[in-house]
Design a protein around this ligand. Sequence first.
Ligand code: AMP
Ligand code: ZN
Length: 487
Amino acid sequence: MSELKIYNTLTREKEIFKPLNAPHVGLYVCGPTLYSYAHLGNCRTYTSFDVVVRYLTHLGYKVRYVRNITDVGHLESDGDEGEDKIAKRARLEKLEPMEIVQLYAIDFHKVLDKLNILPPSIEPTASGHIIEQIEMTKKIMENGLAYEVDGTIWFDVEKFAKTNAYTQLSGRKLDELLEGTRDNLEGQTEKRGRLDFALWKKAKPEHIMRWPSPWGEGFPGWHIECSAMSSKYLGEQFDIHGGGMDLIPTHHTNEIAQNLACCKKSPANIWMHTNMLNMNGQKMSKSLGNSVLPNELFEGNHPLLEKGYSPMTVRFFMLQAHYTSTLDLSNGALQAAEKGYQRLMNALKLIPNLKTAEKSSFNLENIKAAIYDAMNDDFNTSIAIANLFEAVRVINSINDGNDSITSSDKEQLQKLFNEIVLDVLGLKEENESGSDKVEGLMNLILELRKDVRAKKDFAASDKIRDELLKVGIQVKDGKDGVSWSSN
Ligand code: AMP
Ligand code: ZN
């Protein structure tokens, strides 16, 4: 069988995967900043890494998967400007920052669970690792690569870049970066270099999240959390670091710089980056205002969607594209995915009942090899699924009496489907309470509620609403009619 190769953003090559400490594998993926609901783009990235974890586990590796939660330090500009995203939401909603994070963390975990994304081994929070971040900042200062200005600690990018390849990950030119940030220092007297970024920021009096440090009260910068938490749980050097490719130029570039400046070690051997989920050709993002929430998609509760699609259809839709390609969310593609997912699951259900014969009329080993070759080629789920459909065609044909299978091939085929479809791709049978059924039931209940309201039986109408709420379904009476959502 072919060896597993992974595309490494750092070297721009597909490399044979050789863990530092096999069978153990260390994987760190940048988690979400939980200042609002995670959108489908975020889910695409976590679905891709879920398959990475599942496939590595299937190959026999013991994966320690660390995915953090950013609950402090991620500023509105994604750089060093603006308010802390979580603190701002806390201020607007008059809640504690931790209440904000808790609210969205609960939803995030529920959504990932619906998509059958396995939880990470460790899910550390930035606010739980302030001491580690301060320690790392101190070491970088001791090594002469960071400086203090009035309680804020800046990473000295130009000094670091004299002896290190600061832009290796992004492949950009340092001169061009400097040119591009020409005006950044205007009105900002505190940092020395245009590309310098904050490791620790002094907290203004109104800032809610603040901790004591050797430099006064403040809070950590966004990038230092991942350097501190990855080295704490996976060591100063580990196998794979991942995230969306939007993180390459700044967050991940700075993470590598911090680790090198602190410990003279580049943290990860392989850097994996997922491509973006797009909406009409544009990256889906909260700040662009074009994000679709997973629950809106599951329920069809979005103006751009013709109907709802079940979580497994959505997962299948995402896996049909390779993680390094862009993926556009559209009704057409989702409808095709719905059909494809059902065809695949129907074939899986047919296998146990296939009649066996003396000879197989097809070569199972070829199909199996093609599937593994695809997965070994940088987790190419797109080609793996195309080859699974070759098996689906054969299964249907055997079922129709046009092809034949031996009993040992049947056993192998069942094993292959169980392992690849269920364990590795993480697709599962959607049970009777799948979204179509719920949708049908809800239409019926709301229709009956409309009838009782027409008869002015508001007690009955309210009872329906209240009882639905008890099972987690919220009915909203709006100007444009009645809508519902479930949590
Ligand atoms: P954030 O909460 O914005 O820090 O994002 C969490 C993760 O989702 C990061 O790894 C991002 O790179 C990734 N991400 C954000 N937007 C998208 C998108 N449209 N498609 C795929 N991944 C995304
Ligand atoms: Zn990170």
